[in-house]
Design a protein around this ligand. Structure first.
Ligand SMILES: Cc1ncc(COP(=O)(O)O)c(C=O)c1O
Length: 383
């Protein structure tokens, strides 16, 4: 029997739903054709792909032609940001984003600066919150794109993206608004068209779908410079033979995540509260990083034990088969302090002692109780 595990690192990646594995197996075995092929095997694969496209589109309340399949959140962010900026250069040379974006947003902006664009980086408040008025103030006549994430992957702060969209467009109606929705899709309701969002990135492995699979919603009529050329797939915006098993798996994972979403998230929010209360009762000196309540995502908890090392806490928990993260998984191999925690202006000891616990709908109350007790034990031992 494998050991019982307590996987609380779902914002790094999430276990794939068994139904998703089954559908991917089936598509690999039965619909192995190239969706571009003109024979029956091709049209079967094409049908699988277009059904999946419709599923994602319906969940977002947009049209199928506005969904582009990509290799994940990183590619969706790169395509939206570099694609929109480069293609629309004659309209202006100014871009706006925040200091707490994922590196797959920040690095494309840095690349665009090297290409001659000017970028304004918005500073969040001490809870990681971006004021819509501050975003609007950064916008001028030369601004072509604003990009603000929905849920921060490290601290879980939920940005008021529809208010930000409204504020920036009131200032300059020609601005395009991109949202990195990788940590919120399937968890928090967001309808891009209604919210004034022109481009939205999602990634399947964050909602129990396969890794290396994502999508970009791109509002009809917005032109982008492709990153990948050759083949004319995805309306000429993203070349490459489509990953039909991954596409079918992502669509099913999305549908399953949307089922009873509100109840599932209410349950997670109360599990998160319980975990936090158990830990802060035992260790009242613990500090929560990021927003709580309405502006805190139900599945992400970032907590610091100033004076301790996040990495030692992580390895201490691992002894009990409890898996968590220090800061963001994408940076965990580096020793630099997290750019997100730095933007919150935390002191060195608080940053070093930070851990991220991220839940999913698969976590049970018993798992959370076990994890809270294990965390209390590790903190006591390390203090
Ligand atoms: C907020 C955010 N954006 C983008 C990404 C990148 O997504 P992917 O791993 O699918 O490339 C991540 C992954 O951690 C993320 O948390």
């Amino acid at each position: 029997m494998p050991p019982v595990e307590f996987y609380l690192d779902n914002s790094a990646t999430s276990p794939v739903f068994p139904q998703v594995i089954s559908i991917m197996n089936k598509v690999m075995q039965e619909e192995y054709g190239n969706p571009s092929s003109l024979h029956r095997r091709g049209s079967g694969a094409d049908r699988v792909m277009e059904t999946a496209r419709r599923t994602i589109a319906e969940l977002l309340c947009v049209s199928g032609e506005e969904i582009i399949f990509t290799s994940g959140g990183t590619e969706s962010n790169n395509l939206a940001i570099m694609g929109i900026a480069r293609r629309n250069r004659r309209r202006g040379d100014h871009l706006v984003t925040t200091l707490i974006e994922h590196s797959s947003v920040l690095e494309p902006f840095q690349q665009l600066e090297e290409e001659g664009f000017r970028v304004t980086y918005l500073l969040p408040d001490e809870k990681g919150f971006i004021e819509p008025a501050a975003a609007a103030e950064a916008v001028n006549k030369q601004t072509i794109l604003v990009s603000v994430m929905h849920v921060n992957n490290e601290i879980g702060t939920v940005q008021p993206v529809s208010q930000i969209a409204k504020a920036v467009k009131a200032r300059n109606p020609n601005v395009y608004f991109h949202v990195d929705g990788v940590q919120s899709f399937g968890k928090l309701p967001l309808q891009p068209a209604e919210a004034g969002i022109d481009a939205l990135s999602i990634s399947a492995h964050k909602f129990h779908g396969p890794r290396g699979m994502g999508a970009l919603f791109l509002r009809r009529g917005i032109h982008v410079d492709p990153l990948l050329r050759g083949g004319g797939h995805e309306g000429g915006v993203r070349a490459g033979t489509e990953n039909t098993p991954g596409i079918a798996g992502m669509a099913l994972a999305a549908r399953l995540s949307y089922e009873d979403q509100q109840q599932k998230m209410e349950r997670l929010a109360s599990l998160k509260e319980k975990l936090l209360a158990t830990v802060t009762n035992a260790h009242p000196w613990a500090v929560v990083n990021g927003a709580t309540g309405e502006y805190g995502a139900p599945h992400i908890l970032n907590i610091s034990f100033p004076g301790l090392k996040g990495e030692l806490i992580l390895h201490g928990l691992e002894e009990d088969n409890v898996y968590i993260s220090t800061g963001s998984a994408c940076h965990s191999h580096k020793n630099d302090p997290s750019h997100v925690l730095q933007a919150l202006k935390l002191d060195e000891r608080t940053m070093e002692g930070a851990i991220r616990i991220s839940l999913s709908e698969q976590n049970t109350e018993e798992q959370i109780d076990f994890a809270a007790a294990a965390l209390n034990k590790v903190i006591t031992a390390l203090s």
